[in-house]
Structure formats: structure tokens, C-alpha cells
Design a protein around this ligand. Structure first.
Ligand code: SF4
Length: 395
């Protein structure tokens, strides 16, 4: 029988502290100030309270692995052959309560074997080999679970030095960026968080901090990651303008329905100036845009709110990506079992078309005409209510 440490908020440690009740309760009020470090706070503990660590042996023995294990000394260590194949954890079997519990209480440690940087050219110039995959949050539309299943906790890669060494060589090989493009006027932009959320990873270990510090020393490059979680500990990392944080935003009523376990949207917007003042470039992902009755009014309200509360210095440097929702038939089937209300707005065959992807998955996206009109409307709303927010990229 594994030993479970007592929960700091006094509840029965065997009872789920966070699960489907999140769908039926009003969100917890966000505190206005946070303890330092935030990762030791009760708020952080609500998202992550690690009790089991599944680790490849080399990952467990590595310096980063040992650092993570020291941080959670009461967590049970379970040896696994590969971070990709842990049948007890991955997949869509079981209930959503179980998935949430796994996301909150379980970590996986692995060694990233293949280090490749892929060209992108849309959001970023390059997709870096990420320091993690999987996520402790539970956005209903997320594509990350499509590979490992919905019960997909954070996998951290412990060979962060190798990842940084690879990036160092890649950055050096590019030289200076020859001309401006939609990613950035000067720097080569590397997305470091394609398959997870770097802000949440930073609750667990220093992978995010190490990457942010590495990019400080590469004057031709810039790190970039999207996030839906506000982690005040990132404010202390001194990125010196070489990291772009992209706060994802959507109308709060959509977010409450679809972005489970994330920070409230108004908090993501509310910390933008703090992040800018701490040395980050701050952009926004308008993402995903969900076409539903009344979506234009909801986005109008959101853009007006941003216009009202964001200071000029944030507006001057901000830019946005717009990403229309894509969905997936398998994910739809899974979601129907536990969160059918979300599917009311995500699954819209009347305005969506299907496309079979290379790996055989059936993906849904808005029909070309629907998407074009929605993007035009959204650009119109931006021009009217947040003209300072240029669109860097729309998809
Ligand atoms: S925060 Fe990102 S990676 Fe995590 S569940 Fe949401 S969409 Fe997926």
C-alpha cells in the first residue's frame, strides 16, 4: 500500500480534492498576492500534489531527476521502461475523476532520446525539443492527449542539459535572422512548449528556468511559449527580453466551460504588465476561437476588457495569434462520457468539416467559408475594440 502524505488543506488524503466538482462549482476566488516561492503555496498544491513518480531508471538517477525526487520525498518511485508506455496511466480508460487525480498526483520522468528542432514558420520559426509533454490542466479541446490519452500527466525530460546543448548548436548554426517575418522582426523564435505548459512545469522543476536563462545568452534567438497558467515564480527569472510568453485568452464563459484547471482568464490578462516589467515580451493567443451562438458579443466584451485594463506599455509591444478551434472525433467520444456540455459548443458538424490526418485520426475544423467569415469578423472586432493588438498569425 503506498504511503500518501497528508494533504496540507486538511482533507482526507484518499479523497480526490479536485475532480468533476470543478465543473459544477463557481471558480475559487483568485488571491491578489502570492507567497514566494509560489510553487510551495496552497494554490500550487491544488493543481499538483505529487504522490507517484514513474521514472525511467536513467531519468531517476540524473541530476534533474534527483532534484525532482528530492522535492517530493514522500512520493512513491515506480520504475518504468519507457515514458511512452505506461498502461496504468495513459489512455482513456476509467473515469474523468481518475484522470484528474492522475494529472494532479502523478509525474513521469523520462530521457528525451531524439533531439530535433523542426521548422514551423507560423507561430515560431522553430519548434524546439520540448522539456516536457503532457499537462496537469484539462482543456477539453486539447490535442496533447491525442497521443497518450486523456489521463496524461506531466512527463518531464530530465536531460535538459542535452536539450540546451542541442539548441545552442542550432542557434549558432542559423546565424542572424536575414529578414523580419511574422514570427519576429529580428530574432529566430523557438517554441519551447509545444506539448505542455512551461508555467506548470516550473512548479515541479527548473527545466523552464534553465531554458529561459539559456536564451538570455543567445542574442539572435528568442524562446516562446503559450500558457494558461499564472505562475508568479517566473517573474524572478530575469529573461532580459529573450522569452516571449503568450497568454492564451478566450471569453471567460467559454474558458469556464472548456479550460478546466487553468488560471482564470482575467488573471492571465491581469499579470501581463508584471511579466513585461520582469523582462518578458508579452503576447496573447486568442485561442481557440469557438464559433457558437453569441461568440461575437463574448469576444467583444473580452477585447474591451483587455483594452480597459492593460497599460500602454503592454499594448505597445503586444501582438496576437488567432487560432480557430480544431477538434477530433475520438476526443469527442471521450468528452461525451464526462463533459457533454463542452461538446455542445465544440462538436458542430453543421459548420465543421472532417479531415483524415496522416496518422489516421479524424479531425474537425470549421468549413473554409465559416472560418474565413469568423476570422474577418474577429479582425473587425479587434480593429474596433483593441486596435493596438496586431495579428501576427491566424490559423
Ligand atoms: S494547458 Fe495546453 S497542454 Fe494543458 S490541457 Fe490545456 S491546451 Fe492542453
Amino acid at each position: 500500500m503506498p504511503h500518501h502524505p497528508p494533504s496540507p488543506d486538511g482533507g482526507d488524503p484518499q479523497e480526490p480534492l479536485f475532480g468533476l466538482d470543478e465543473l459544477t462549482q463557481d471558480p475559487q476566488p483568485e488571491p491578489t498576492s502570492f507567497p514566494t516561492p509560489f510553487r510551495d503555496s496552497l494554490q500550487a498544491h491544488r493543481l499538483l500534489a505529487i504522490r507517484e513518480i514513474h521514472a525511467e531508471p536513467a531519468a531517476a538517477l540524473s541530476p534533474r531527476g534527483q532534484q525532482i525526487r528530492a522535492r517530493f520525498p514522500d512520493a512513491r518511485l515506480i520504475e518504468v521502461d519507457s515514458h511512452w508506455r505506461i498502461p496504468d496511466l495513459h489512455g482513456n480508460q476509467g473515469s474523468a475523476d481518475r484522470w484528474m487525480r492522475i494529472k494532479r498526483e502523478t509525474l513521469v520522468l523520462g530521457v528525451k532520446k531524439t533531439l530535433t528542432t523542426r521548422p514551423n514558420g507560423r507561430s515560431a520559426d522553430w519548434i524546439a525539443p520540448g522539456p516536457s509533454n503532457g499537462c496537469a490542466m484539462s482543456c477539453v479541446y486539447c490535442y496533447v492527449p491525442r497521443r497518450k490519452g486523456f489521463a496524461n500527466p506531466i512527463t518531464l525530460f530530465t536531460n535538459i542539459d542535452a536539450i540546451i546543448g542541442h539548441l545552442d548548436r542550432h542557434v549558432a548554426a542559423q546565424g542572424r535572422k536575414p529578414e523580419p517575418n511574422q514570427c519576429d522582426p529580428e530574432a529566430w523564435v523557438y517554441d519551447i512548449g509545444e506539448n505542455g505548459d512551461c508555467s506548470v512545469d516550473a512548479l515541479v522543476c527548473d527545466n523552464t528556468a534553465d531554458l529561459i536563462r539559456a536564451f538570455r545568452d543567445w542574442p539572435t534567438a528568442k524562446a516562446s511559449f503559450a500558457t494558461k497558467f499564472v505562475n508568479p515564480d517566473l517573474l524572478a527569472l530575469d529573461p532580459r527580453g529573450r522569452t516571449r510568453v503568450r497568454f492564451s485568452v478566450m471569453p471567460p464563459e467559454d474558458s469556464r466551460l472548456l479550460d478546466l484547471r487553468t488560471s482564470p482568464v482575467d488573471r492571465r490578462i491581469g499579470v501581463a504588465a508584471d511579466f513585461l516589467d520582469a523582462g518578458y515580451e508579452v503576447h496573447f493567443n486568442l485561442s481557440p476561437v469557438v464559433v457558437r451562438p453569441g461568440w461575437q458579443d463574448a469576444w467583444t466584451e473580452l477585447l474591451r476588457h483587455m483594452d480597459d485594463v492593460l497599460p500602454e506599455r503592454v499594448k505597445r509591444q503586444a501582438s496576437a495569434e488567432v487560432i480557430m478551434l480544431t477538434h477530433n472525433a475520438d476526443l469527442h467520444e471521450v468528452n461525451l462520457r464526462w463533459h457533454p456540455r463542452g461538446e455542445d459548443v465544440l462538436w458542430r458538424p453543421d459548420v465543421q468539416e472532417t479531415k483524415r490526418s496522416q496518422n489516421g485520426a479524424l479531425n474537425l475544423r470549421y468549413r473554409a467559408g465559416v472560418k474565413r467569415r469568423a476570422l474577418e469578423e474577429l479582425r473587425g472586432l479587434l480593429a474596433r475594440h483593441a486596435p493596438w493588438l496586431s495579428v501576427r498569425y491566424a490559423f
